[in-house]
Design a protein around this ligand. Structure first.
Ligand SMILES: Cc1cc2nc3c(=O)[nH]c(=O)nc-3n(C[C@H](O)[C@H](O)[C@H](O)COP(=O)(O)OP(=O)(O)OC[C@H]3O[C@@H](n4cnc5c(N)ncnc54)[C@H](O)[C@@H]3O)c2cc1C
Length: 159
């Protein structure tokens, strides 16, 4: 499994341009809070959402909220200067979450495309597997998951 985590931060007033969709940032550390989605663009909430990817995503899961906020605000301060801390933060810890243990399947060294076909193999025409990890063409995506559901439904209908 690969890992990604999301961080939603709320402020009383926006210090960023509310018309922007994305605010990009090039971090020193790979995968560390490298872009911000402007939630204010599509809602009434003064919020930005940022992400941690890969090894850094896993590292965040052992960090306290205050440390996360410190790192994120550090990135934003290098763009916007002296900004306040957020009033609230919501975060995921998908690597530790017992319902996921990660964000989506990841092809590491030694993985072959056949591995994804293996994960899609039904058992005795009784148990069928859908999910992004079973779609070799579109693994790790919503459309991959969706198409795998149709694929398995078609198999069941054809029984
Ligand atoms: C931060 C992030 C950003 C992403 N961005 C994109 C994007 O921009 N575009 C894109 O296409 N994809 C994106 N993805 C990937 C996409 O979300 C996944 O590939 C897709 O949701 C996988 O769908 P799924 O049905 O295979 O699995 P899931 O959506 O994970 O569904 C599995 C379900 O099974 C449940 N479950 C687990 N264990 C049990 C159990 N024992 N009993 C009962 N239920 C259980 C889980 O709670 C969950 O609801 C992103 C993923 C993350 C994490």
């Amino acid at each position: 499994m690969g890992n990604v985590n999301k961080f939603l931060l709320v402020w009383n007033t926006p210090f960023w341009n509310p018309d922007l969709q994305y605010i990009g940032f090039t971090p020193q550390t790979k995968g560390k809070f490298n872009y911000f989605l402007n939630v204010k663009r599509f809602t009434t909430t003064n919020a930005l959402m940022t992400f941690a990817f890969g090894d850094y995503a896993t590292l965040t899961e052992s960090m306290a909220d205050d440390d996360i906020i410190y790192e994120i605000v550090g990135h934003l301060q290098s763009i916007y200067g002296n900004i306040p801390n957020p009033t609230n933060m919501l975060r995921t810890k998908w690597g530790q979450n017992i319902n996921s243990f990660g964000a989506y399947s990841y092809a590491t060294n030694g993985t072959t495309t056949e591995d994804f076909d293996t994960l899609a193999k039904e058992v005795n025409n009784k148990i069928f597997f859908a999910g992004e990890h079973t779609n070799r063409g579109y693994r790790g995506t919503v459309h991959g998951a969706y198409l795998s559901g149709i694929r398995e439904a078609d198999k069941i209908i054809a029984l």
